[in-house]
Design a protein around this ligand. Sequence first.
Ligand code: PRP
Length: 305
Amino acid sequence: MPLLRERIYTIEDIYALPEGERAELIDGHIYYMAPPNTMHQRISSILSRKIGNYIDSNKGKCEVFAAPFAVYLDELDRLNAMPPVQHQDTGKVMLNVALPKGRLGDKVYNLLAGIGYGCPEDYNATRKLVVENPAAGIRYFLVKPSDVAIYVEHGAADVGIVGKDILTEAAADVYELLDTGLGRCRMCVAAPAGYRDDPSRPVRVATKFVNIAKRYYASMGRDIDIIKLNGSIELAPILGLSDVIVDIVETGTTLRENGLQVVTEFMPISARFIANKASYQFKHRQMDTMLEKLRDTLHKQEEEK
Ligand code: PRP
């Protein structure tokens, strides 16, 4: 509808909501509420493409919305603005996966490929950042591990695999659907051998995980000065930049080879399967199917150990 300068439009005007349907701004989201029986018609008309097709292909059966129902309109608009989820050739709903580049991502990809979610193209053999298999309804985005939660939280990807360390640090508003048990390590405070805390001054802490470190020391009631680094954290105490580090320890080799040792372990870490909250409403069948198969495979792997 054309917006005229003379008139102040309400959310109801903008979305042309008929009698009985309401929209409110709650926590920065446009929250849409409809009475029973308007669900299918209304959502289909708002979302002619992405969500609409999904509901049509399910013959209007959309149990996620018990009537009366409410939904974030702006979330739906955002999803609608994204490329269509249905692939022209197969008509399959595509599940978009944010895969962390590197060892963990490769491990997860191999597991998923083993249960029918592989792609014909080897992403490691190219510089491509998107690979897909429309027949299997799967599309992978190759992203920096520290960005997985961002892609998923903002809905650019439906699901993703991310370390609990990164997830906790980002405090991402996503569903955590599965602990894969992969990439196990722990969050630690480490320091040069013989380190003694000096309670008369704040501890100087070097870390990539600023929020985690702050929370940990706050829980101890200990003042700190944070030095945010992006990698090679172990160098900081060696060069006198910090007293201690807060970092992940897997094998302990990096600490050992740099003359550092663990002071405290305070958080077990492993890779989690996460989902965007809005996407989960619309693609929960696809996600649940994938998760069930993934869980079985992980379980079998565990048994074989
Ligand atoms: C991580 C972490 C430690 C190391 C621990 O670094 O920051 O440095 O792994 O592993 P370990 O206990 O098996 O030695 P990463 O390899 O991610 O590189 P970074 O220094 O760039 O953070």
